[in-house]
Design a protein around this ligand. Sequence first.
Ligand SMILES: NC(=O)c1ccc[n+]([C@@H]2O[C@H](COP(=O)([O-])OP(=O)(O)OC[C@H]3O[C@@H](n4cnc5c(N)ncnc54)[C@H](OP(=O)(O)O)[C@@H]3O)[C@@H](O)[C@H]2O)c1
Length: 261
Amino acid sequence: MLKYLDYGFENRPAIVTGAGSGIGEAVAIELAKGGAKVALFGRTLAKLEKVAEKCRSYTDNVLCAAVDVSDPESVKAGVAKVIEAFGGVDILINNAGIESRLKPGESFFGTLFDKLDEETYMKFFKIHDYGHYLMNLAVIPYMQKNHFGRIVNTTSVTGIHGNYSTPAYTASKAGAITQTKAFAMKYGKDGITVNAVAPGMVDTPMKIDATPREYEIVASKTPLGHVASGLDIARVILFFAQENLFVTGQCLTCDGGSDLA
Ligand SMILES: NC(=O)c1ccc[n+]([C@@H]2O[C@H](COP(=O)([O-])OP(=O)(O)OC[C@H]3O[C@@H](n4cnc5c(N)ncnc54)[C@H](OP(=O)(O)O)[C@@H]3O)[C@@H](O)[C@H]2O)c1
């Protein structure tokens, strides 16, 4: 088992959005192992409760909140619940996200490029950009009080190099990277770091429609030889959440080197 003692998570209140599955689930469990007080945010309470049960093997300080990160009232209510239970927020992992495909069964390299209506297009930005903005603004006053905060945003390699099949997804993920830098510049003086991770393909429920052949293709183009697990990405996120960190405004690609190929 990895030891996160040096990461200083013990007793730190942390919020993980999109904690009901995939990368967020792995982050929440690892934070619980490290002794953090973990708040799980997502829209589906039943999913969060299952992850909470796993977290409770390591700590009793776990709570779930049904929160839609793109809804200001929902975010406010969720953060208020955390403040009431844990007294503050030291760590925020902005990880909630939606898939670049819209319907189950759409091809991975889909045909959606010119078929996005306004509502669908904006949904990506509401969750991947506005959602980070709302969550940041809700927790930063509590981080400022303690002159300490760690914010980590899950973006995507498609936000760095683009992806022809997913214009709204890729643009919203690029926005999340530049917004990371904006928050890092503004709140560094308050002891708050803001960084991002950019995964390539990750084996999570988001990729439920990807075929074995698609996994094979990605793995064969990846120098480290396999598609990432949620835990592979969680470990990089947790690096940026550690107590002693002199890095801010950065986005780290975590794709097993496939960008190099
Ligand atoms: N899997 C990949 O290949 C890959 C690659 C690059 C980047 N990413 C990014 O990694 C992050 C995590 O994705 P994942 O792969 O772990 O997929 P996942 O298992 O589908 O997890 C995403 C989670 O976000 C939650 N969510 C979606 N919309 C939300 C909203 N409006 N408010 C609150 N929670 C919301 C979902 O739960 P509910 O629906 O119950 O809310 C879900 O549990 C996402 O930002 C994704 O874009 C994934």
